[in-house]
Design a protein around this ligand. Structure first.
Ligand SMILES: [Fe+2]
Length: 155
């Protein structure tokens, strides 16, 4: 498995959870549970991805701008999550706000998969692609097992 395949696994989970949440109603246990899972998935993924993907891309002139842009979007998603945590889950405002998070997540994943991965693919060696996958997977697994990973909007 290379780093791109490893990152895509969580991307698919994020898309599935975000789509499922839109099909839930009000402050149902289902919505609460799925949202908790999505927050956890987003935070664990972003933390591991910044540490073992973006940090390396920052080192190349060719991918520095994209890496900074990607991390800024992680922060924007954290801000949406923080806002959602404050809203009443049964209110129309919550679902309206959630749609904004969903759109941001989909946009961000599209950006990564269709622009950043291609550029990164040219800068990273085959060996790096494999070793970063291993490091990312280890970090992601431990973040997922732990308490809610760091939210950059609440630091
Ligand atoms: Fe990302």
């Amino acid at each position: 498995m290379d780093i791109f395949e490893a990152l895509r696994l969580s991307h698919d989970t994020q898309r599935t959870l975000a789509t499922q949440i839109l099909e839930t109603q009000g402050a149902s246990p289902e919505r609460g549970g799925l949202f908790r899972q999505l927050k956890h998935e987003l935070a664990a993924h972003a933390a591991a991805e910044e540490r073992f993907f973006y940090r390396v891309l920052i080192e190349f002139d060719s991918t520095m701008a994209q890496a900074r842009h990607g991390m800024a979007e992680h922060h924007e998603m954290d801000e949406f999550v923080t806002e959602l945590n404050k809203l009443e889950m049964s209110s129309p405002a919550w679902i309206a706000h959630f749609r904004k998070l969903r759109d941001k997540v989909f946009h961000h994943l599209e950006d990564e998969e269709h622009a950043i991965f291609q550029l990164a693919g040219k800068s990273l060696t085959g060996k790096q692609k494999t070793s970063l996958a291993k490091d990312y997977e280890e970090a992601f697994a431990s973040f997922r097992l732990g308490e809610m990973p760091v939210n950059s909007a609440e630091g």
